[in-house]
Design a protein around this ligand. Structure first.
Ligand SMILES: Cc1cc2nc3c(=O)[nH]c(=O)nc-3n(C[C@H](O)[C@H](O)[C@H](O)COP(=O)(O)O)c2cc1C
Length: 195
């Protein structure tokens, strides 16, 4: 992967970042993002939705991040220290990629019913930015509900990364593609508070 100027990645060293993975076909690209963050020295915790697990195995993210993947709020690794609360306290930024149409809707109404939404629900977005990278086919992207939810999420201080346009796995062509990992790293660097 081309990281551009490698010096820019030093800003990620030691930073505590959560990556929420949604159930979209682009979930495989997020393995590259996590690898880049880890190689730059970030402490990365991955959370996955139940649908995301249908696309990429937790083992992939566990191996790349070197940490347990947060899958089920009902099975915390440490019952005395529920993960979503502990992670939330320590986190400096969360990125959700691919952020499905479904996740956009759930964030927009403030749901907290799985590992990804629950983790995001306890962040203070004024100091812990939550970056959403939507990815879906162009018909889903153009839905009034999706566009309405995006407006709400921006008002609620979520950072939304614009999807790119191009070829989709469903053989359509248009907006809604997940940007490449380099662009997601740029979005993280832009949103990350100064250490
Ligand atoms: C093969 C396949 C590919 C999918 N790709 C996407 C996608 O790219 N973006 C999206 O928003 N939904 C996509 N979906 C639908 C989501 O998986 C579905 O809405 C799911 O409930 C999302 O769950 P989550 O938001 O909890 O991850 C896809 C479904 C299938 C079966």
């Amino acid at each position: 992967m081309d990281h551009g100027d490698p010096a820019r990645l030093t800003a990620l060293s030691g930073r505590r970042i959560a990556v929420g993975v949604g159930g979209g076909i682009a979930a495989y690209k997020v393995a590259g993002l996590v690898s880049t963050l880890v190689q730059a020295g970030a402490e990365v915790t991955v959370a996955m939705t139940a649908s995301a697990v249908r696309f990429v195995t937790p083992l992939t993210f566990e191996s790349i991040s070197g940490r347990a993947v947060y899958l089920d709020p009902w099975s915390p690794l440490d019952r005395a220290d529920p993960q979503h609360v502990r992670f939330a306290r320590e986190l400096e930024l969360m990125i959700v990629a691919p952020c499905t149409m479904n996740l956009l809707a759930r964030f927009a109404v403030g749901m907290a019913d799985d590992a990804v939404t629950l983790l995001a629900s306890v962040l203070d977005r004024s100091r812990q930015p939550t970056v959403l990278a939507p990815a879906m086919n162009e018909a889903m992207w153009r839905q009034p509900a999706t566009q309405r939810n995006l407006r709400t999420l921006r008002e609620d201080n979520f950072v939304v990364v614009e999807p790119t346009s191009g070829w989709h796995a469903c053989r359509s062509d248009g907006p809604g593609r997940l940007p490449e990992p380099e662009a997601l790293v740029d979005a993280i660097l832009a949103a990350l508070p100064t250490a």
